[in-house]
Design a protein around this ligand. Structure first.
Ligand code: ZN
Length: 153
């Protein structure tokens, strides 16, 4: 079970790392049903598990972050740190979302399809790759900081 305390601590660290301290990000834990309701059909049908989502109010530099409370029971999840980092990258990349939304107003179906493809395939993929890199970085730092074997040679 993911507790709100863990989300708060993780979010604070990730905000420091990404330089997002001028944002007021309010963390929440949420059930699977709550997450699906929040995303209201924005998720493609083949996606069964939603690890988190973030609602961004860029004009106010505020956001609401929702993290799945059963994240740690999922075989597919890469953990709380990965998910919080992922959701924070959506905030970093939010100006691109606004550009997508602006261009989406174009009446051309082709343009809309290209934008939809770009969003789902590029933004999500890039965010996941960066989140993987972040976790690798954490693991490397942790391994370097582990006490060396003290046994005599
Ligand atoms: Zn995402």
């Amino acid at each position: 079970m993911i507790t709100l305390d863990r989300v708060v601590i993780t979010l604070q660290a990730v905000q420091d790392i990404l330089g997002l301290n001028d944002w007021k990000i309010t963390p929440h834990t949420a059930t699977d049903a709550q997450l699906k309701k929040l995303l209201k059909g924005k998720v493609e049908n083949h996606i069964e598990e939603i690890f988190g989502c973030v609602l961004i109010h860029a004009d106010f530099r505020t956001a609401e972050m929702y993290i799945w409370d059963n994240l740690d029971t999922s075989k597919h999840s890469q953990g709380l740190e990965h998910t919080v980092f992922h959701e924070c990258l959506h905030i970093v990349l939010h100006p691109y979302d606004e550009l997508y939304m602006f261009l989406f107003e174009d009446e051309s179906l082709l343009v809309r399809n290209v934008l939809q493809w770009g969003y789902t395939n590029m933004e999500e993929r890039v965010i996941n790759q960066l989140s993987d890199g972040f976790i690798n970085c954490l693991n490397i730092i942790q391994a370097k900081n582990e006490p060396k074997d003290q046994s005599p040679k």
